[in-house]
Design a protein. Structure first.
Length: 103
């Protein structure tokens, strides 16, 4: 990130980060990725960690995340492999809500 870069951090409940100090170029927003309008467009990078796993609306949210990217932007998703443990598979990754295979 260059000297004019900005970082937008969003969370449904941002109390975890509100009390921490952060640089002036980092803004923290309360945001519901399922219901609220996106806080911007033309992002160079969108990063979501352990988000889609919990959402029945994961495919529509994925489309929204992709739409927030500028041409050539990067989408980085970090999610558990629910097939690895039956506990996660039973509660969070029902086949009816799984994302299409990237293979």
């Amino acid at each position: 990130m260059g000297p004019d870069g900005e970082v937008t951090v969003t969370d449904l409940e941002p109390r975890w980060a509100a009390s921490r100090s952060r640089p002036a170029h980092v803004r923290l927003l309360r945001h519901d990725i399922v219901r609220d309008p996106l806080p911007g467009r033309d992002y160079d990078l969108v990063h979501a960690r352990l988000v889609l796993l919990h959402l029945p609306e994961r495919l529509s949210v994925l489309r929204r995340l992709v739409s927030a990217l500028r041409p050539g932007g990067w989408l980085v998703l970090e999610e558990f492999d629910c097939g690895w443990t039956p506990v996660l598979a039973a509660f969070s990754c029902a086949p009816s809500t799984s994302l299409p295979s990237a293979r």
